[in-house]
Design a protein around this ligand. Structure first.
Ligand code: SF4
Ligand code: MG
Length: 331
């Protein structure tokens, strides 16, 4: 079957007075039907920008300057705004960090849901209301018959995000893009929301692009994971492989930053330094100033994604012709 989402060589640029900044640099990935793709990396890696480009909501002057995006085989990156707006409503559900991005405080929860349901189905008002109550029940809102007539501010942060998940699924989209969906919530309810999202998407056969800085969330949720650094995908593969057998030193660093339950904070391996600014992307491998394993070649030539075991990684340590240089250095 063809993938639900196919992104090929996507490049996003911001023209500015001091030159053009490249926020997303020639990335390609696919999401299969019902699959959860985790997109992980530190802030500034280009994760949200990738999601925003896919849904056609880049803020000018940001623009897609290269590549293509296909949803269920249809090219969508070059559609007129109005058509793209309809595709977002029909086929792509969105969940953001702040639930209030998706909820208008002036309208009841039921209004949000029934409006969306009625736009995308031919259900009557009463049928749409029944469907909305079902959805609220499905996302774990207690007493949905009463709560449906309340306003967003009557809900706690976690309950509000449940409402947003119900809303995102109400049009039965093919794809949900969730950008840091639990980052603003209490740690104690983050796992519940992630499990809920995962279960619902599985039940509805919905594909998910889950954007997060949190490798722990990825490990629990994703089927596959793409690791981003400085606008590029530096490692991609099945979640088990990436988590247990990371190929890229940046991925290893992110793994080290997962606080283990019962583990002491001192055990955390922190990656030193920070994500480069777009105006100052280092030469060669952009990670080289922070990489504990960098060698000469890394500062000069940019590594491309190549198959390594069951994953792909962009790192000279894994390039066959680099084995001698790296082996000598490590050896
Ligand atoms: Fe480190 Fe070099 Fe690999 Fe980049 S290419 S991650 S600098 S070893
Ligand atoms: Mg972000």
């Amino acid at each position: 079957a063809s993938p639900v989402l196919q992104v090929d060589n996507l490049t996003v640029e911001f023209p500015g007075r001091r030159g053009t900044l490249r926020a997303v640099d020639d990335i390609s990935f696919q999401i299969a039907e019902g699959e959860v793709l985790g997109v992980v990396g530190e802030s500034g890696a280009g994760k949200s920008m990738t999601g925003t480009a896919v849904i056609g909501l880049l803020e000018p002057p940001g623009r897609i300057s290269g590549g293509s995006v296909h949803l269920e085989g249809q090219r969508i990156d070059n559609l007129p705004h109005e058509q793209m707006r309809r595709i977002r409503g029909d086929k792509i559900g969105m969940i953001f960090q702040d639930p209030l991005t998706s909820l208008n405080p002036l309208y009841t929860v039921g209004f949000h849901l029934t409006e969306t349901i009625r736009t995308h189905t031919d259900l009557s008002e009463a049928q749409a209301r029944r469907r909305a109550i079902e959805l609220l029940n499905e996302v774990g809102i207690p007493a949905p018959e009463q709560r449906i007539d309340q306003y967003p501010h009557h809900f706690s942060g976690g309950m509000r995000q449940r409402v947003v998940i119900a809303l995102a699924l109400s049009a039965e989209p093919k794809l949900v893009i969730a950008d840091e969906p639990t980052t603003a919530l209490d740690v104690s309810i983050q796992a519940q929301i992630i499990q809920l999202l995962k279960r619902l998407c599985r039940d509805h056969g919905t594909s998910v692009m889950l954007i997060t800085h949190d490798m722990g969330v990825i490990a629990e949720t994703a089927d596959r994971v793409a690791v981003m650094y400085a606008g590029r995908i530096v490692e991609v593969g099945p979640v088990r492989e990436v988590v247990q057998n990371a190929k890229h030193p940046y991925t290893e660093g992110l793994m080290g930053a997962i606080p283990k339950i019962g583990g002491r904070t001192e055990d955390l391996v922190q990656i030193t330094g920070s994500m480069p600014r777009l105006s100052q992307i280092p030469s060669g491998c952009a990670f080289h100033p922070r990489c504990p394993q960098a060698f000469d070649r890394c500062t000069q030539e940019r590594p491309e994604l190549l198959p390594v075991g069951d994953s792909k990684a962009a790192c000279w340590l894994h390039a066959p012709e680099a084995a001698d240089a790296a082996g000598g250095r490590r050896g």
